[in-house]
Design a protein around this ligand. Structure first.
Ligand code: HSE
Length: 438
């Protein structure tokens, strides 16, 4: 049988890695797929041929649109990233009856509903394992491995750059900008690094995970997104004194009222396995009713880890090329007509615990004023810490952990505390999740 022909759009870090893995492991890949897989065309604007040995045997064009029109190409692998022209290229490929593999989380999170509808109509596949947590096969695990379960919640460290920054801040006291630069040199950071540090990259990935976990359409605009740029060394240190680590988490949970969909720094108990996922590594913890908790760990970015997911998707597509489209695994895990319209909850309706830090006048009665506001709002305190003013200063730091409360209730109490004469400036608030798996 002739090999399946692949058109590779993009020969950057992941494109080069994909080409290398396909070439190096060609024999085993053919044994797995049942057919050879050959990159017949590639498109790249700027690239160094020496960085991808073997590419000289292929015509590399600078016109990606010519490749999606190429009649010989069966599968388009989109590794350009970003919204446009990736969206247009993918839709053109689908219209031309080609299957698509993509690592593009921004594209899937924001245009996935449109893309999957077009693919459904054409009877082609759009595979996107590499879009979430790089080399960790989390899409396959949730969509297929956990298909028997009702998923209750999931959470993940799904941005390696952010995790690397928080880890270095905690372990070595290094500065934010310096660590970010290193992540960029390691090719982990997004082209626009604010996507990493302001949580947008993690929000793209969480949006995809929530859709396949709960069978809901992709709703990127409803993800609450907060980054790590305001996290200080002091907060990292105080969290440790309480026995917690600060991690940048994506968190989604199905409740009776709707679905929580949020990305933000979070205190988690240091004894949890996921609290010990450090550096650029990613992990996703899924709590499901039948299996209980399962944890998936691995490299969330990088040339070959991401290529591992891209090539696995290509093999999946090749294996089911001749299958009836109706019998393939649905894009969002649930049959398209069975997606549900459960609402996404606004942050006021989210329930979580909190870490609060405030600067207070060092005089009698201040703590009593703060705790009485919390008590009147029915907010229960789990732990409290007071740090005396540094010599010559007059303000003490008060740090509190609370039990779980509605965020709307917490917001109202915070405004009251900020209005006290003895409290200076805004409160620092970091959400806290115990991640109980009982
Ligand atoms: N910028 C991303 C990260 C790359 O740091 O995790 C993988 O999506």
């Amino acid at each position: 049988m002739d090999p399946v022909k692949v058109g590779l759009l993009g020969l950057g870090t992941v494109g080069g890695g994909t080409f290398n893995v396909l070439k190096r492991n060609a024999e085993e890949i053919t044994r797995r797929a049942g057919r050879g897989i050959q990159v017949s065309h590639a498109a790249a604007r700027e690239f160094d041929p020496a960085s991808v040995p073997g590419i000289e045997n292929i015509t590399v064009s600078d016109d990606a649109f010519s490749i999606v029109e190429e009649p010989d190409v069966d599968i388009i692998v989109e590794l350009i990233g970003g919204y446009e022209p990736a969206r247009e290229l993918v839709l053109k490929a689908i219209a031309n009856g080609k299957h698509v593999v993509t690592a593009n989380k921004a594209l899937i999170a924001t245009h996935g509903n449109e893309i999957f509808a077009a693919a459904q109509e054409q009877g082609v596949m759009v595979a996107f394992e590499a879009a979430v947590a790089g080399g960790i096969p989390i899409i396959k695990a949730i969509r297929e491995g956990l298909a028997a379960n009702r998923i209750e919640w999931l959470t993940g460290i799904i941005n390696g750059t952010g995790n690397f920054i928080l880890t270095e801040m905690r372990d070595k006291g290094r500065g934010f900008a310096e660590v970010l630069r290193e992540a960029q040199e390691l090719c982990y950071a997004e082209a626009d690094p604010t996507f990493d540090v302001e949580g947008i990259d993690a929000a793209h990935k969480l949006c995809i995970l929530a859709s396949i976990a709960f069978g809901i359409p992709l709703q990127f605009d409803k993800v609450y997104t907060e980054g790590i740029s305001h996290i200080t060394r002091d907060d990292v240190g105080y969290a440790e004194e309480f026995g917690y680590r600060i991690k940048h988490l994506g968190f989604t949970r199905k409740t009776d009222k709707g679905i929580e969909l949020r990305v933000h720094p979070t205190l988690i108990p240091e004894r949890r396995l996921i609290a010990n996922v450090d550096g650029v590594m990613n992990a996703v913890l899924v709590k499901a009713d039948a299996v209980g908790p399962t944890l998936y760990y691995g490299a969330g970015a990088g040339a070959e880890p991401t290529a591992s997911a891209v090539v696995a998707d290509i093999i999946d597509v090749v294996r089911t090329l001749t299958a009836d489209p109706g019998n393939r695994v649905p894009h969002l895990a649930f049959q398209p007509h069975a997606l549900s319209d459960v609402p996404i909850l606004g942050m006021d309706d989210v329930e979580t615990a909190y870490y609060l830090r405030m600067q207070a006048s060092d005089k009698p009665g201040v703590l009593a004023e703060v705790t009485s506001i919390l008590g009147n709002a029915d907010i229960s305190i789990e732990a409290i810490l007071q740090k005396e003013p540094a010599s010559g200063a007059t303000e003490a730091s008060i740090i509190l952990l609370t039990h779980v409360v509605l965020e709307g209730q917490m917001n109202a109490a915070m405004r009251q505390i900020e209005a006290l004469d003895s409290i200076h400036g805004e409160l620092v608030r970091i959400r806290l999740e115990h991640l109980d798996c009982d």
